[in-house]
Structure formats: structure tokens, C-alpha cells
Ligand binder design. Structure first.
Ligand SMILES: NC(=O)c1ccc[n+]([C@@H]2O[C@H](COP(=O)([O-])OP(=O)(O)OC[C@H]3O[C@@H](n4cnc5c(N)ncnc54)[C@H](OP(=O)(O)O)[C@@H]3O)[C@@H](O)[C@H]2O)c1
Length: 200
């Protein structure tokens, strides 16, 4: 796949590296620091570009930016009609749904909520582990979800289809619960897994 990554912090830099290692063509963008962006691109074996260039490059475009920066960022991406847009953002300050706002900005894109319920700090540990934790995701477009499921597997998580776009607020609340458990309850970052009775 051709993947545009917007935002190269904890989430974007790691996903760019994993996806590039998995054989995808990646372009990173969205840092305000040119030398940081260059370093991430070199580390990942990815191209670098502007937000608009990454949005144009990717058949899949990852939004890994702070929620507060979404409106300005989407003004630079354009409509991304037909593209698979992966929304990894969380809003930890209010109940407003990032997914709902992003999807309404991009009515012709195929937006999938994913990667927001797992801690970026866990990706590296998982790469050296046989454990395959779960990751919930949702969206309305079946082909877009199949593409994102493959990208989830590339990071060594098992994709768990939570349903259509109407499930995005629930997934966003799960992320907030996980963040609360990790930090307010001081458990630290973790992964999660759903086990049916036949798996016990
Ligand atoms: N960290 C996690 O474990 C985790 C897990 C799941 C989901 N998320 C969500 O994923 C998104 C990215 O998280 P992150 O931890 O990767 O964030 P981060 O480390 O702070 O990186 C954010 C990236 O977005 C860029 N950016 C663009 N416009 C910005 C602006 N106006 N203000 C601040 N940064 C801006 C930053 O640019 P610079 O390079 O110039 O700083 C940086 O490259 C967030 O919505 C977060 O809630 C995070």
C-alpha cells in the first residue's frame, strides 16, 4: 500500500517504521520541525513531504496528530475523496468525538477509527514478543476496513472489527478508559485481548 503519515510523534513515527518494514511505501509529514521529520523519514526508510503531499501520496492516510490540530491539518489535506483515512486521534479533554468531526470534514473519504486504543509505547515491545493482543477498529466501508486490518496486523496486533462508524465514540471512550487505567490508576501502558470460552 501507499501510506501517507501525518504526524510523526509517538504514534506516527512508530507506525511509519513498522509499515515501511512490512513493505509498504510510506511518506511522512506533519512535523513543525524539518530536521525531526527528516530523522523520522530516514529511520523509517520513508519519503518525507508536506501534509498536502502525504495526503496526495497515500491510498491510506494516517492522522496521528493532536485532536486540537485536526481542523488546521485537514485544511491542508484537502477532501481526500475515496482515500482510506485512519483516525488514530483521541480527545482526552471533552466528550466531543474526533471521529465525528473528522468524518464530517471529509464526507467523500473512507474514515476508519483505529490505533487510538493502544499505547504507542507498546509497539516496540510487541515486535519482540509472540503475544498478539487485540485492537478494536470501526468504519462503514468494508474495503477500507480490510486495508486497515492488514495494517493493524503489520504492527502485530489482531484486528477486532467493532462495527460501523456509529461505534467510533465507544472506541474513543475505551481509549479514555485505557488512558485512565494506565496513568490515573498508575498501571502504566498495557495491551488488551478479548478471549472467548473456546480460547480458555
Ligand atoms: N501516544 C500514544 O500512546 C497514543 C496512542 C493512541 C492514540 N494517540 C493519539 O494519537 C495522536 C498523536 O499522538 P502522539 O502521542 O503521537 O502525539 P505527539 O507525540 O505529540 O505527536 C504529534 C505529532 O503531530 C504534529 N502536530 C501537527 N500539528 C500540531 C499542533 N498544532 N500541535 C501539536 N502537534 C502538532 C507534531 O508535530 P511536531 O513534530 O512538530 O511536534 C507531531 O509530529 C493524538 O491524537 C493522540 O491522542 C496517542
Amino acid at each position: 500500500m501507499k501510506i501517507g503519515v501525518i504526524g510523526v510523534g509517538n504514534v506516527g513515527a512508530r507506525l511509519a517504521r513498522f509499515w515501511s518494514q512490512a513493505g509498504h511505501d510510506v511518506m511522512v509529514s506533519g512535523s513543525r520541525d524539518e530536521s525531526k521529520l527528516k530523522g523520522v523519514a530516514e529511520d523509517a526508510g520513508a519519503e518525507m513531504g508536506s501534509v498536502g503531499e502525504a495526503a496526495g501520496f497515500g491510498d491510506v492516510v494516517l492522522l496521528a496528530i493532536p485532536w486540537q490540530a485536526a481542523a488546521d491539518t485537514l485544511a491542508e489535506t484537502g477532501a481526500m475523496a475515496g482515500k482510506v483515512v485512519v483516525d488514530a486521534t483521541n480527545n482526552v479533554r471533552s466528550d466531543a468525538s474526533p471521529f465525528a468531526a473528522i468524518a464530517s470534514h471529509l464526507p467523500d473519504a473512507r474514515v476508519v477509527k483505529a490505533f487510538n486504543t493502544v499505547f504507542a509505547a507498546m509497539y516496540d515491545a510487541l515486535a519482540a514478543s509472540d503475544v498478539r493482543p487485540d485492537m478494536v477498529f470501526c468504519g462503514d466501508d468494508a474495503d477500507a476496513k480490510a486495508a486497515v486490518a492488514e495494517l493493524i496486523r503489520d504492527t502485530r496486533f489482531e484486528p477486532v472489527d467493532a462495527g460501523g462508524a456509529e461505534q467510533a465514540p465507544a472506541i474513543e471512550h475505551l481509549a479514555r478508559l485505557n488512558i485512565n487505567i494506565a496513568y490515573a490508576q498508575e498501571r502504566g501502558p498495557f495491551v488488551y485481548r478479548f478471549l472467548g470460552s473456546t480460547e480458555l
